[in-house]
Write a protein that binds this ligand. Sequence first.
Ligand code: SF4
Ligand code: SF4
Length: 263
Amino acid sequence: MTLENTAPEEIQSLLKPLEGESFAFACHPGVPCFTECCRDLKLLLTPYDVLRLKKSLALDASDFHEAHTRTEFDEQRGFPMVFLEMREDARKTCPFVSEKGCRVYGDRPAACRTYPIARATRMHRSHDRVQEDYYVLEEEHCRGFQEKQRWTVEEWIKDQGLDHYHEMNNQWMEIITHPRLNQGKRLSPQQQQMFFLACYDLDKFRRFISSGRFLQIFELDEKEVKAVESGDEDLLKLSFKWIRFSFCGDPVLKMREKTQNGQ
Ligand code: SF4
Ligand code: SF4
């Protein structure tokens, strides 16, 4: 089960299941704790978060990682996991917070959009879909819970623009929970590098597939061919397919006949 939130382990006990119930919450510059929560976070970034943030900051993916992220490798499987690096100040402040609020608000990560709810997901393979449960994370310092406005989970998801984030993040989740990648076999250093490139450094991945034999090997549809030239979201979708084809053995890409015959 993947819990898409910034909640560190020690506050997991603050999670309350939300089963069709609404919750009271509002966050705005008038709350006394405004921006207090944008500190000291272990904020996991999904590939789609990275895509949106680097675009918002007009940075090349490599420059974005150099300035703002830290990569850790999952001990068992060797997956690269990317975290937003907090500033090195006394309160470990998020690099994007200002007195007026979040400087990348329109492109803030899914975890920031999701709070104060937490989304727990698991892949339901027999039905080929992601199953989800929601919790509310009632942190003591957060005064937003004292506001009058009430939300259902559906209303909150819509208000925070989370639908599209979920659509993109579900494709990533399908990979990291894939049975073939969870059989105790660790990715080799070269696979880790390619996994990182395809998920988190689309600019380099684009150069890799444009200059190599990728287009000669795979039969791509029109949208995918265009994505190789430009268009980050479609390229990320193609990257996910390439990972599933290459690392998970899923037949989601088709090889050209000549290539299959070794010609
Ligand atoms: S602590 Fe809660 S109310 Fe205060 S800024 Fe953060 S999310 Fe908003
Ligand atoms: S990205 Fe924005 S909302 Fe998220 S922690 Fe940083 S300043 Fe806060």
